[in-house]
Design a protein around this ligand. Structure first.
Ligand SMILES: NC(=O)c1ccc[n+]([C@@H]2O[C@H](COP(=O)([O-])OP(=O)(O)OC[C@H]3O[C@@H](n4cnc5c(N)ncnc54)[C@H](OP(=O)(O)O)[C@@H]3O)[C@@H](O)[C@H]2O)c1
Ligand SMILES: [Zn+2]
Ligand SMILES: [Zn+2]
Length: 348
């Protein structure tokens, strides 16, 4: 069993540092991927710093993976060694419950296995993610990388792209609708591109005036500065759907008045307790507040082909593995345009 280079956090207060792990032996249904690129999602920071109270140390984050097939289990027919593939947050599920049968592995009734920090038969007892040279994944959770997309720019599609594509599809975003994307970060910038490609009038709702020009370039028809009380008031009752990517607890009531009668705001950013919800905005206009998590495997493949068709990739800043702690700090300071992607070939 060979040792594999990676970066891990050893505690909630420690910086990420070089570490060696062992991957599980290649099973008959497994694929070993030599990782080329891994995106840096805000969720990686939440876990590295145990902000959601669920972290098992050492933790190796990383769940926006693009790489090359390095080895195949004896039962894997659909892929060839040397082919480019991709993997995201969901790396296992029971495959037999009603959710899994419906292609909603992320809502598996037995609990899904995440690509990192999930109890598993892997050596060490937990899965280790994509901030590493290579990974072993069940063939049912490996995606084909479409040709014609830059592999580094494709990596963030695996989480940020899927997490926003899934609710946009679920709530039937299409021409004629007005959609608001709240928060122009990793998730938000891809959500704007996707909503625009689905034909909706897309409004970027941001706290950052300085991002307005970028929002327009990414495909936003309008920009709404959420701290501008008069502008927010003027947009009341205008939206068919809101997608909220803000990473920390905040006052949801601030946005609910933007929705039309019967419309929904879907939360994909902050996960956990929040301030008291004022139900007035819900009750008086039959509005809904909902949530959405990642996406299913079939849907992930569909999303990659949709992005290939519309030439959608992430706007990225490529970093070397040893720049990860600086990247974490910059994400926390809202200083990234709009996703860091680690070139994993920089790790020896
Ligand atoms: N549900 C899921 O399956 C899922 C999947 C992936 C990630 N996530 C979560 O989604 C969240 C966003 O991830 P990300 O990678 O896109 O993060 P990100 O790159 O840091 O972007 C978040 C954006 O939210 C806005 N924002 C930040 N703090 C804010 C505040 N206090 N009030 C208002 N707006 C604020 C900023 O945009 P502006 O400057 O435009 O205001 C920022 O760029 C994270 O919490 C992550 O864990 C959830
Ligand atoms: Zn299941
Ligand atoms: Zn993510």
């Amino acid at each position: 069993m060979s040792l594999i280079s990676c970066y891990a956090a050893q505690s909630a207060t420690a910086a990420l540092s070089p570490y060696k792990i062992e991957r599980r032996k290649l099973g008959e249904n497994d694929i070993q991927i030599s990782i080329e690129f891994c995106g840096v999602c805000h969720t990686d920071i939440h876990f590295a710093k145990n902000e959601w109270g669920q972290t098992h140390y050492p933790v190796v984050p990383g769940h926006e993976i693009v790489g090359i097939v390095a080895a195949l289990g004896t039962n894997v027919q659909k892929l060839k060694i040397g082919q480019r593939v991709a993997a995201g947050y969901i790396a296992g599920s029971c495959q037999i419950c009603s959710s899994c049968k419906a292609g909603l592995e992320q809502y598996c009734l037995q609990g899904f296995t995440a690509i990192f920090n999930s109890p598993a038969n892997d050596l060490g007892g937990f899965t280790y993610g994509g901030y590493s040279k290579s990974i072993v994944i069940d063939k049912n959770f490996v995606l084909l990388a479409p040709t014609g997309l830059d592999p580094a720019g494709m990596a963030p599609l695996l989480c940020a792209g899927l997490t926003t594509y899934s609710p946009l599809k679920h709530w039937g975003v299409k021409p004629g609708m007005t959609v608001g994307i709240i928060g122009l970060g990793g998730l938000g910038h891809l959500a704007v591109k996707l909503s625009h490609a689905m034909g909706a009038k897309t409004v970027m709702i941001t706290t950052s005036k300085g991002k307005a020009a970028d929002a327009s370039r990414l495909g936003a028809d309008e920009v709404l500065i959420s701290t501008d009380v008069a502008a927010m008031k003027a947009m009341e009752n205008q939206f068919d759907f809101l997608l909220n990517t803000i990473p920390s607890p905040h006052d949801y009531n601030h946005y609910m008045g933007l929705l039309k009668v019967d419309s929904t705001m879907c939360i994909v950013g902050s996960i956990g307790p929040t301030s008291e919800l004022n139900t007035e905005a819900l009750v008086y206009k039959r509005r809904s507040i909902s949530g959405s998590f990642a996406g299913g495997i079939r849907e992930a493949q569909e999303m990659l082909y949709f992005c290939a068709k519309h030439q959608i990739v992430s706007d990225i800043e490529i970093i070397k593995m040893d720049q990860i702690n600086e990247a974490f700090q910059r994400i926390q300071k809202n200083d990234v345009k709009y996703r860091f992607v680690i070139d994993m070939r920089s790790l020896s």
